[in-house]
Design a protein around this ligand. Structure first.
Ligand SMILES: C[S@@+](CC[C@H](N)C(=O)[O-])C[C@H]1O[C@@H](n2cnc3c(N)ncnc32)[C@H](O)[C@@H]1O
Length: 294
């Protein structure tokens, strides 16, 4: 845009329109939302305020900052890494490059564990989260029970140091005191007994990996996604050792990939566990399995 003196002028409205069109051309999903999130971040306002200030003029520094972020996003670099944060279970979480971006499906896993704890008479819980990533699972559960009689001690593990550093930042952000972070290959370096084991392990199969969208395949850590040829390696690894860490009547809560339930049933049976509950997602696919020892 040019004014009478041939000087560039850009309003919020102009830049929103330009950015969403640019994203459309570059095949970015939800181009309008992406444009709003980036511009709102640079202008330090809410998405709603962008529309209330449509005619505000942007200064050169703001334009430059927006341009840089927009260019990077157009390469399919994930928005969450670009902004350094995401939302999960209604809370803000910091997310660093090199750590899996939390997915909405995992809220079903969190909900299932919360319901199980709520319907029990037990107050004290020892819970293990294997492959904690950003720490969303233990943090969301801890926050839910923060003002209740339930006392939950979490051990949260990950093989990735980057993930554990990210989880630590989120634990501090949410002022959580009851989560111990341990670097471990599944449960190799652990001791203790748990009432609940939770895991959302890497479960993408070889075939699925080839078809992932660019944002995921090119930028998220393969070590957090890829679960071997059929995506089932980590479930076997966890079940192989789980018995050493389970209290009497303990339960295991797994998030699983779309269409993995049949294969999982065989593995679960082989390791002498049984499925006591299975929960579907919004697409009618089994997403969460709850197990106990036979
Ligand atoms: C699918 S991500 C889940 C992250 C987080 N729990 C969530 O739900 O968003 C799997 C996590 O397992 C971790 N991981 C991969 N291999 C592991 C292993 N051998 N032992 C422990 N954690 C592992 C990855 O680093 C990653 O953080």
């Amino acid at each position: 845009m040019k004014n009478k003196k041939n000087k560039e002028i850009w309003t919020v409205k102009d830049v929103l329109l330009w950015t969403s069109n640019y994203f459309k051309k570059n095949k970015i999903l939800s181009p309008q939302l992406n444009a709003e999130m980036i511009i709102a971040r640079v202008l330090n306002c809410s998405r709603m305020e962008l529309y209330l200030n449509h005619d505000k003029l942007l200064n050169p520094k703001e334009r430059e900052e927006i341009r840089n972020l927009v260019k990077k996003r157009a390469t399919h670099y994930p928005l969450q890494y670009l902004l350094g944060e995401t939302e999960f279970y209604g809370y803000k979480f910091l997310v660093d490059e090199g750590v899996l971006i939390p997915r909405p499906e995992t809220e079903i896993l969190v909900d299932t564990v919360i319901s199980y704890i709520k319907q029990s008479n037990k107050n004290n819980w020892n819970v293990l989260d294997i492959g904690t990533g950003t720490g969303i699972i233990p943090i969301s559960i801890s926050k839910y029970f923060s003002n209740t009689q339930n006392k939950i001690l979490f051990v949260a593990t990950d093989i990735s140091k980057t993930a554990l550093e990210n989880a630590k930042k989120n634990i501090e952000l949410h002022h959580i005191q009851n989560i111990q972070l341990i670097q471990s290959d599944t449960s190799k370096d652990l001791s203790g007994k748990f009432d609940i084991i939770i895991s959302n392990p890497p479960y993408i199969s070889e075939k699925q990996f080839q078809n992932l969208q660019k944002e995921v395949k090119n930028y998220e850590p393969k070590s957090a996604l890829f679960g071997g040829e059929k995506g089932l390696t980590y479930y076997k690894k966890i079940l192989q050792n789980a018995e050493n860490f389970l209290n009497k009547d303990a339960k295991i809560f797994f998030e699983i990939g779309a269409n993995q339930k049949d294969d999982m049933e065989k593995i679960i049976h082989k390791f002498n566990y049984k499925i006591i509950d299975s929960i579907k997602d919004y697409n009618n696919l089994y997403r969460v399995l709850v197990l106990e020892k036979n």
